[in-house]
Design a protein around this ligand. Structure first.
Ligand code: NAP
Length: 268
């Protein structure tokens, strides 16, 4: 990471935060951490497919942070229909009587993601539906959600976009062709956005290997023996990070003047 001076107003602004993929793993941890750190009167809009899990996250966080507003919304980022994205936030503002004029900052966290089929090598990617599904969730859905966020929060001067990226965006892993190529495409989309829109702060954050359902799948489902072994060895040697350790690092980065569009890894 390049030398970065501290700009510490990120957590001082009354903020409306959207977290897609808030029901578990890193997205859940980000939701809790941000709810603790942002000033009272901030709002968190938690998106995911599993409403029961979102409700559990909401009750856990709201018990600790009763001064914030929490909204949960069932949302499938892989269901690519125009009407699922268009006016998503306007609908939420209306139902929950959210007035944007009360916020100084809007933040979206793109945590939703899937490994896709990691049981096959690249040359075996013959099933159109499997390939399409992976890109729908990891790429197309993230792009459309981001655009609808920018449109809905257009009147808020400070807008910050956090893409949960991966080492896999910049380095190939055997039997991970769909995941690596999707993560790479997503990073480049957000780099391009950052270049086009200097008023936005855009961060591609690679969180390192974190203890989540996805990490368990890396150990258990990777087809390539060397990929699988790498994750099993990391687990056995205790080098998998807790979500909180990685998200604390993310919070530190957000308080610096990182270059918008940068890909920053936990280990940088
Ligand atoms: N864990 C790691 O070691 C690691 C390392 C590098 C990068 N990352 C990245 O960090 C992000 C979070 O990973 P994680 O480990 O926390 O994953 P996880 O434990 O598998 O959780 C994935 C989250 O994404 C949501 N999600 C999945 N498909 C979705 C869909 N179609 N629509 C809406 N939400 C969807 C899930 O919610 P529902 O099931 O409720 O929809 C869940 O909240 C991912 O983008 C991943 O690529 C993780």
């Amino acid at each position: 990471m390049q030398a970065a001076k501290k700009v510490d107003d990120f957590f001082h602004c009354k903020t409306c935060v959207v977290v897609c993929g808030a029901s578990r793993g890193l997205g859940e941890c980000i939701s809790l951490t941000f709810a603790r750190k942002f000033p009272a009167g901030s709002a968190l809009i938690l998106l995911g497919r599993d409403v029961k899990a979102l409700e559990d996250v909401k009750s856990k966080i709201s018990a600790e942070c009763p001064h914030q507003l929490f909204v949960i919304q069932k949302f499938d980022q892989g269901n690519i229909r125009q009407e699922n994205f268009e006016n998503l936030f306007e609908g939420i503002f209306q139902v929950h009587k959210i007035s944007l004029s009360s916020f100084e900052q809007a933040v979206i966290v793109h945590s939703a993601g899937t490994l896709g089929d990691i049981t096959k090598y690249a040359k075996e990617m013959t099933d159109a539906e499997t390939v399409k599904r992976s890109f729908d969730v990891n790429v197309t859905g993230a792009i459309l959600l981001n655009s609808t966020f920018l449109k809905a929060f257009n009147d808020i001067l400070k807008r910050v976009i956090i893409n949960l990226s991966s080492l896999a965006a910049v380095q190939p892993f055997k039997s991970w062709s769909l995941y690596c190529s999707g993560k790479s495409a997503r990073d480049m989309f957000f780099q391009t956005l950052a270049l086009e829109e200097p008023s936005l702060r855009v961060l591609n954050y690679a969180p390192g290997p974190c203890d989540t359902d996805m990490q368990k799948d890396c150990r258990e489902k990777s087809r390539a023996p060397d990929t699988k072994k790498m994750f099993i060895d990391a687990f056995n040697s205790g080098s998998i990070l807790s979500c909180q350790t990685s998200i604390d690092k993310l919070c530190q980065i957000l308080m610096t003047n990182f270059k918008s569009g940068a890909h920053i890894d936990f280990y940088d």
